[in-house]
Design a protein around this ligand. Structure first.
Ligand SMILES: O=CCCC(=O)O
Length: 460
């Protein structure tokens, strides 16, 4: 047996274990993937798009079954699980329809006679390393554009969502994807490193922690392979004096608690100007302290368990460290008694620069609120982070927000809204939040051979 297992975080019960890939099987995976690439890339675009379209239909038909597995494996509320699957359907639909025209390539303006075109061709088998927090969506945003392009995939999923990993693979097969064009592997880190080093693998995409991203990026660099790295975030949520505070506080609760707080793009640092600080904090703390918490299968639940016991321990350490460094706990702050990995919605104020919570990512339902004198200080504090993924700005002056968005060191800025991913919108960060972009048109180019074809009609 391997460390690939489902442990229900709502109860602590071990549900199912899966066998690991043997070292002797790695070569077979690489060979099969290489052969599948040679066939898949020669299929017509229509055929590749039709497989994606069918995958979207199957995600729709199987929503309840697929959602139940997410809830069992990682404690996602059923409502959130259905929401994740809806996003996945959108991604498969987008890449099977709107994005297809991009494959025609772009006619370029040329100096001199003849013409030139930039084609988008596939590059080969890709390794994907994906996390447990959105087991279908994170895979979909990598797999859908690349399968459309003609690339094939070897996918190593997180060890705590093996059932979701298997279901994703078999759904693609049922949608008509040829065998081996997508291979799920319950592989070790060493085996994945061996795959990345192999000449047949042409690129690597990882969504995960900063540490995993740095190791994977280093390995890919050593072997000159392109990478997409989607890493952590400590997203700022700026509230200015002209914002609708009622809405901002409501959005702040939703933005911090999305996916039980375990989302790279969740709002994490709430930066509020002095004039409206007290009003915002009162409303925000009120909202966080009343969040229905508990059984993720109960439709009334908003905050379910964290994905694992170690996730709870991490948060306990962050909060203890913040308090030791001078922070106040406005609500929450102690794990919930009883079985399951439950941590309450928590708000910290007075977090100092010496606390880990000031710089590191809090991957759970803990919010940090800062008081700042003005807009400029808010921007400086927002940028005083190693991360630069998403961000939010709340103000009734949209021109002001556009100006602030130019100042923010973030890959995404949402005005009067929290971050909400969608198939057509490019996703990604700067600084230690990662490299590259996914989704939208740009998502199709990350592992494409953007090939120049220069044509002179006159052969003489
Ligand atoms: O956890 C990261 C992905 C969530 C999102 O797409 O906003």
């Amino acid at each position: 047996m391997s460390n690939y297992k489902t442990i229900n975080p709502a109860t602590g019960e071990l549900i199912r274990e899966f066998g690991a890939l043997a070292d002797s099987e790695v070569e077979g995976v690489l060979a099969r993937s290489g052969q599948a690439y040679n066939r898949w890339r020669r299929e017509s675009v229509e055929r590749r798009a039709s497989v994606l379209a069918r995958a979207a239909e199957l995600f729709e038909e199987r929503t309840e079954e697929l959602a139940a597995v997410l809830t069992e494996e990682i404690g996602k509320t059923l409502a959130a699980a259905r929401g994740e699957i809806k996003t996945v359907i959108g991604i498969f639909r987008y890449y099977s329809t709107t994005a297809v025209k991009q494959l025609d390539g772009e006619e370029l303006d040329v100096a001199g006679p003849g013409r030139a075109r930039l084609r988008l061709d596939p590059i080969g088998p890709l390794v994907g390393i994906m996390p447990w927090n959105f087991p279908y969506y994170q895979v979909a945003r990598f797999a859908a554009p690349n399968l459309l392009l003609g690339n094939v995939i070897i996918l190593k999923h997180a060890s705590n969502c093996p059932q979701s990993a298997v279901m994703f693979e078999s759904l693609l097969r049922d949608a008509g994807l040829p065998e081996d064009a997508y291979i799920n592997v319950f592989a070790s880190h060493d085996q994945v490193a061996q795959m990345i080093a192999d000449d047949r693998v042409r690129g690597v995409s990882l969504t995960g922690s900063e540490g995993a991203g740095a190791r994977t990026g280093e390995l890919a660099g050593r072997h000159l392979k392109p990478v997409v790295l989607e890493l952590g975030g400590s997203d700022p949520f700026i509230v200015l004096e002209d914002a609708d505070i009622e809405k901002a506080a409501k959005d702040a609760v939703a933005g911090r608690l999305v996916n039980n707080g375990q989302t790279c793009t969740a709002s994490k640092r709430f930066i509020v100007v002095d004039d409206v600080y007290d009003e915002f904090v009162e409303k925000f703390v009120g909202g966080m302290s009343q969040v229905p918490t508990g059984d993720p299968t109960d439709p009334a639940t908003v905050l379910g368990p964290l994905s694992s016991e170690s996730a709870v321990k991490d948060l306990e350490e962050f909060v203890a460290d913040a308090v030791a460094n001078g922070a106040n706990v406005e609500t929450g702050g102690e794990r919930l008694e009883g079985p399951g990995s439950y941590y309450p919605a928590t708000v910290l104020t007075g977090v100092t620069e010496t606390a880990r919570a000031y710089r590191e990512e809090l991957f759970g339902p803990v919010a940090v609120v800062y008081r700042v004198p003005d807009e400029q200080t808010a921007i400086e504090l927002a940028n005083d982070s190693p991360f630069g993924l998403s961000s939010s700005v709340y103000t009734s002056d949209v021109d002001r927000a556009e100006r602030i968005s130019a100042e923010l060191e973030a890959g995404m800025v949402w005005v009067n809204s929290v971050s909400k991913s969608s198939a057509e919108l490019p996703f990604g960060g700067v600084k230690r939040s990662g490299v590259g972009r996914e989704l939208g048109e740009v998502g199709l180019t990350q592992f494409a051979n953007q090939k120049l074809v220069r044509v002179f009609e006159d052969a003489n």
